[in-house]
Design a protein around this ligand. Structure first.
Ligand code: PEP
Ligand code: MN
Length: 359
């Protein structure tokens, strides 16, 4: 079978947490135990899409407070599921680092567009900060999956990720949602830069199948794992059979031969992971700078057509002051930012002048 090229070298990331946030105690106990085994990104569903009415559907906004507390107490990044614009607004307000969009929501283009529209009206900073994980649709339709991702990209989401959680099927199978690996492989072929995670828990439907599925995903070079873990799976209010305890998760990660984000992993491994992150950020930086210069070229041509001068001093000094103020809010020093803006401006003027000489 074809294999994925991992987006960046390094160790795959592990995201873990309970299917549902069931109580403050359950959220904090699970988050803490996961943090202790080295997991740094915590997932928990505040709103649960349930197939039948009358099942536990999550504690909603109240659960977001427990998740926010776990983030504060244990310094973890947090994710929750959002299926409507209202969920999204509440989740963002609560301070989560990211949201995932579930399989049932991804299956519905109207719901996806409503979420994309809600993302588009967030502040630019929030929209670009937020990680959005898109699970595959229930049915094995690659177009529906890529279409959902494209809607979010068009809405201006920058940190997009895909999560493979298997596909619904009729009849009895070993898996709850058979993986149909060729679909995520095709997604990766079409969108090679999109980080791809595997959710073995929803594929498996059974805790004992989680480990071999993790191994398979790692062999295929997925970028990360998205695993359900509960401090007391038998008592879980949803997806009880497929959740593993944090201790079982630690053992799984151990047996599949990855020390993924596990506390005590060697300095070398942690360094590799951080270097991978820096590489990814630098790639983004280069891409952004290239886009910035292309836009400058367009402005250059427009000024030329309108008979305007290249240098517009008023605009430049306003731009510098705004950017420096915005950067200092994000903890970047004034002199550092001024230096960067000057270099960008100099290059942009140089290009605009050469555009001007070009006719
Ligand atoms: C979940 O992650 O808890 C969930 C509901 O996932 P899915 O949309 O994959 O069923
Ligand atoms: Mn679940």
């Amino acid at each position: 079978m074809d294999t994925f090229r991992k987006n960046k070298p390094g160790i795959p990331e592990v995201i873990a947490g309970p299917c549902s946030a069931e109580s403050r105690e359950q959220v904090l106990a699970t988050a803490r135990a996961l943090r202790e085994i080295g997991v740094t990104t915590f997932r928990a569903g505040a709103w649960k899409p349930r197939t039948r009415p009358g099942c536990f559907e999550g504690y909603g906004a109240e659960a977001l407070e427990w998740i926010a507390e776990a983030k504060r107490l244990y310094g973890m990044r947090t994710l929750t599921e959002t299926a409507t614009p209202e969920h999204l607004a509440a989740a963002v307000k609560s301070g989560v680092d990211g949201v995932w969009i579930g399989a049932r929501t991804c299956t519905n283009p109207f719901a996806m567009q409503a979420l994309a529209d809600a993302l588009a009206i967030l502040s630019r900073q929030e929209r670009e900060r937020l990680e959005v994980y898109v699970k595959n649709p229930v049915n094995p339709d690659i177009e529906l999956w890529t279409g959902a991702i494209e809607r979010l990209r068009l809405a201006g989401v920058k940190k997009l990720r895909a999560v493979h959680r298997g596909f619904g099927d009729y009849g009895k199978h070993i898996y709850r949602n058979p993986p149909v690996w060729r679909i995520p492989i095709e997604l990766h072929r079409r969108m090679p830069d999109l980080p791809l995670y595997c959710d073995p828990s929803h594929i498996a439907g059974r805790a004992d199948l989680v480990a071999p599925l993790c191994r398979h995903a790692l062999d295929l070079n997925f970028d990360g794992l998205f695993i359900e873990s509960h401090c007391n799976p038998e008592q879980a209010l949803s997806d009880s059979a497929q959740q593993v305890t944090p201790a079982e998760l630690a053992a799984i990660l151990d047996t599949i031969g990855t020390t993924v984000a596990v506390a005590g992993s060697s300095v070398e491994e942690r360094l590799t992971k951080l270097r991978g992150k820096i590489d990814r950020i630098d790639d983004e930086l280069i891409e952004v700078l290239a886009r910035r210069m292309e836009t400058s070229d367009e402005i250059g041509s427009l000024k030329r057509e309108a008979g305007m001068t290249v240098l517009q001093p008023g605009r430049y000094s306003r731009l510098v002051e705004n950017r420096v103020a915005e950067a200092s809010r994000l903890g970047l020093s004034e002199s550092f930012m001024r230096g960067i803006l000057e270099a960008i401006h100099e290059e942009s003027v140089r290009r605009q002048l050469s555009v001007n000489f070009d006719f």
